[in-house]
Design a binder for this molecule. Structure first.
Ligand SMILES: NC(=O)c1ccc[n+]([C@@H]2O[C@H](COP(=O)([O-])OP(=O)(O)OC[C@H]3O[C@@H](n4cnc5c(N)ncnc54)[C@H](O)[C@@H]3O)[C@@H](O)[C@H]2O)c1
Length: 280
């Protein structure tokens, strides 16, 4: 067990989708003894029918699993890009579980399908939507939770999910790279501004994670098989030193560490969790 998580109130955004990093994070924090508010939009995103297709049943099923682990848990349906919904969501968490002490901002994604297009071809609406879910959502939920943490006076932990594409500009992922780089910048500013309130703020930068977002129905693997010299296996060997796709649990472990007492002196970091794919 990691010290410092049991008995705390954790908010995890982007928690509903099967196989997602948010879901794995909610379950991991519950196994460490936290009460968990599992927050998700729990419906297809407007303008992005292929992205983040989680349902209310997914969210309710997760909450049953969390409770079966012996912790208090609540489902919160909200769009992280909507300021009023975020305010209501954090109020709901505070009323039902108490003020948030741990926050994992996991909700995000890269847009329609793989969201891959050269900047010259990215429509304004798509750029705005990708920035909204990854960056504005992180800002809104962090601000609302930090207000409660500061009021409560016991500090807290915030972990934002950026990406290796936030560390370096990723061709064909202009909006996503920009938004995830923004998440790292925002993480550093919040870490500096809230340090004296005892709130540590960090980011994790996953690599290539085998979730529905990246690899729906094994499509990513099939795409690499068809498009890369030597297929998927050769691509993995070339690009990922640890030689395999990452599992959502492996991001959740890093998030849990950053929420724990063991990471008490870590703040403002953007930790690669990428099997060596990103080392910058
Ligand atoms: N999968 C990867 O390879 C990878 C790599 C690096 C970073 N990431 C990041 O990790 C995070 C999780 O990715 P994933 O692969 O688990 O994705 P996923 O699509 O499996 O899960 C995302 C979840 O976020 C929810 N969500 C989306 N928009 C929302 C909104 N506006 N409000 C509330 N909830 C919303 C979705 O309903 C879904 O449950 C994202 O921020 C993503 O950018 C993923």
């Amino acid at each position: 067990m990691l010290a410092g998580i049991a008995g705390k109130v954790a908010v995890v955004t982007g928690a509903a989708r099967p196989r997602s990093i948010g879901r794995a994070t909610a379950l991991r924090l519950a196994r460490e003894g936290a009460a968990v508010a599992a927050l998700d939009i729990a419906r297809p995103l407007p303008g992005f029918p292929d992205h983040g297709v989680a349902t209310a049943d997914d969210l309710a099923g997760l909450v049953d699993e969390l409770r079966a682990l012996g912790v208090a848990a609540v489902a919160v349906t909200a769009d992280v890009t909507d300021e009023d919904q975020v305010a209501r969501a954090v109020e709901q968490v505070t009323d039902s579980l108490g003020p948030p002490q741990l926050l994992a901002n996991v909700a995000g994604g890269s847009g329609a399908g793989f969201g891959a297009a050269p900047v010259l071809d990215v429509p304004r609406a798509e750029f705005d939507a990708v920035v909204a879910v990854n960056l504005t959502g992180t800002f809104l939920v962090s601000r609302e939770c930090a207000r409660r943490m500061i009021e409560h006076g016991e500090g807290g932990r915030i972990v934002n999910v950026s990406s290796q594409a936030g560390k370096i500009g990723w061709p064909l992922l202009g909006a996503y790279s920009a938004a995830k780089a923004g998440v790292i910048g925002l993480t550093q500013v919040m870490a500096r501004e809230w340090a004296t309130s005892g709130i540590n703020v960090n980011a994790v930068c996953p690599g290539t994670v085998d979730t529905e977002l990246l690899n729906p129905g094994d499509l990513f693997v099939q795409f690499m098989d068809a498009s890369q010299p030597g297929g998927f296996a050769a691509w993995v060997e070339r690009e990922i030193p640890l030689g395999r796709l990452q599992q959502a649990d492996e991001v959740a472990s890093a998030i849990a560490f950053l929420c724990s007492d063991d990471a008490g002196y870590v703040t403002g970091e953007a930790l690669n969790v990428s099997g060596g794919q990103m080392m910058a």
